[in-house]
Design a protein around this ligand. Sequence first.
Ligand code: URA
Length: 262
Amino acid sequence: MDSYIDWHAARAALEWQLEMGVAETISETPINRFEQVAPPPKAGVAPGVSAPTMPVQAAPKVDPVAEAEAAARAATDLSGLQAAMAAYPHCELQKGARNLVFCDGVPGARVMIVGEAPGRDEDRIGKPFVGRAGQLLDKMLAAIDLGRDRDGEQAVYITNVLPWRPPQNRDPKPDEMAMMLPFLKRHIALAKPEVLVVMGNISCQALLGKRGITRLRGKWDEVDGLPVIPMFHPAYLLRNPSAKCEAWADLLDLNERLTKKD
Ligand code: URA
């Protein structure tokens, strides 16, 4: 179809827009106004004299991942890390979330579980895995004598790849995962687990750089020298109960590693 619009029609359309109160043109690409530089002050210019044109100063380039790495590195304990995450300004998810969901369970536990991101219940309460998937996770852990409310050898510690709920529970975006990964890695280093359990594709992607949980599950891997077992996410098990037998096999495998005397 010919999209040509003649001069008169274009002018009429423009005038109509002005009448409707349109004050500026907007391009098809979004503009981040937070990154825009304020115009140079006009002070000191005599009336009638045009101000010298000032060179537009480019906004300093921000590298969200490098900033996350520096902030995470500077945290020397878990509460410092939580504060650093709360102060981190580059993840848009924070703006739409009610709570920063940091952890539950016992720091220093032998087992650390890494889920994906908070859902509605977690966002409301401020703790990971408190909804239906969390209740199933608790049952799975109890089946091998572990729990977030247990002490000593039976304790577990729980966190997520992302501390803020994505809108409508959508999958985390690659840039959101990349900028929050340094915090997750520091979280693991400070919590000092013996074993990591990564639940679902998003967690595998973040920590192992791999997707395909059906293929990855139950196969021990390694992250920064720590043994890692990928498992099906409990939310997946709620939707696919027949996969519970594989999850059970993985739990037994985890239990064997934890109880093995060397
Ligand atoms: N699913 C997750 O991966 N984490 C939670 O905290 C809740 C649901």
